[in-house]
Design a protein around this ligand. Structure first.
Ligand code: GLV
Length: 314
């Protein structure tokens, strides 16, 4: 807010806990030159039509599947996001989920609070070891690579897959080996997803892919819920065809409390908080504001998806 106000912008804030409906958003933003959005706000052709003055959309997220970038570009609307500032925090949280699932942290802690911990037992809460195992990273961008860097501390073998192989220096820096998705699923003890949600990645991990994974393996998703077929995952967890899953994102989101996924003791589900450290959320907010101010001044924003395209289009 300080950055926006210092820039002399006249700011209207949606200050309710839940996101605005389409009608509420159109009403709130009618006549606006810029929108600072969250990943819960959908920006599509219909919204752009309803807000003809719009010149910039600044999303406070690295993911932008909530925004039709093509439609924005066609209308000359600059689109900005907040990459980089959340990379390390998201990678840290990925590891929090890996260990929470492998060592049954949530289940065990819930038992302590409920008074079910009666004594130390040799066979109580047995989990899986992570050190020395194989980590499979699906999507080897900034966050995937940051997850890989941490794996070296656990002496893990790191496999990755992506649309294409990354340059040798990227692979060497984290000692990661490129393999096709199916091989990665067959060989990994932990599979972690770091792809954006696009038509190509929607449902990327469905029943056939889950069937390739080891019974003792763990699936982690801190990317977008719809990358995984939730029903197929629930079946695999219920039938113990996987050791467990750690999901910071779900499809649908939020996941209703009565959803069968939440009855699986081997699933750890968190409310889309991988970037939620105090420092990182502040950096994301600042970057989103800086992006918006620059775009509205007609200056190159620090992180824009389509600025160059708009300029080459003239
Ligand atoms: C959060 O999911 C983000 O995309 O920043």
């Amino acid at each position: 807010m300080r950055i926006l106000e210092r820039a002399g912008l006249d700011v209207t804030v949606w200050s309710h806990e839940l996101p605005p409906t389409r009608e509420e958003l159109v009403h709130l933003a009618s006549g606006a030159d810029g929108l600072l959005t969250l990943l819960t706000d959908r920006v599509d052709s219909a919204l752009l039509e309803a807000l003809p003055n719009l010149r910039a959309v600044s999303n406070m997220a690295v993911g932008y599947d909530n925004i039709d970038v093509h439609a924005c570009t066609a209308r000359g609307v600059v689109v900005c996001t907040t990459p980089d500032v959340l990379t390390e925090t998201t990678a840290d949280f990925t590891w929090a989920l890996i260990f929470a699932v492998a060592r049954r942290v949530c289940e065990a802690a819930a038992d302590v609070r409920a008074g079910r911990w009666r004594t130390w037992e040799p066979l109580g809460y047995l989990g899986l070891d992570i050190a020395g195992k194989t980590l499979g990273i699906v999507g080897f961008g900034r966050i995937g690579q940051a997850v890989a860097r941490r794996a070296r501390g656990f002496s893990m073998r790191v496999l990755y897959t992506d649309r294409e192989r990354r340059p040798a220096e990227v692979e060497e820096a984290v000692q990661a080996t490129f393999v096709p998705l199916d091989d990665l699923l067959r060989e990994s003890d932990v599979v972690t997803l770091h792809v954006p949600l696009t038509p190509a990645t929607r449902g990327l991990i469905g029943a056939p892919q889950l069937a390739l994974m080891k019974r003792t393996s763990i699936l982690i998703n801190t990317a977008r819920g719809a990358v995984v077929d939730t029903q197929a995952l629930v079946r695999a967890l219920e039938e113990r065809r996987l050791w467990g899953a750690g999901l910071d994102v779900t499809d649908p989101e939020p996941i209703p409390p009565e959803h069968p996924l939440l009855r699986c003791p081997n699933a750890v589900v968190t409310p889309h908080i991988a970037s939620a450290s105090e420092h990182t959320r502040s950096r994301m907010a600042e970057l989103a504001a800086e992006n918006l101010v620059a775009a509205l001044r007609g200056e190159r924003p620090p992180k824009s998806l389509n600025w160059d395209q708009l300029w080459t289009k003239g």
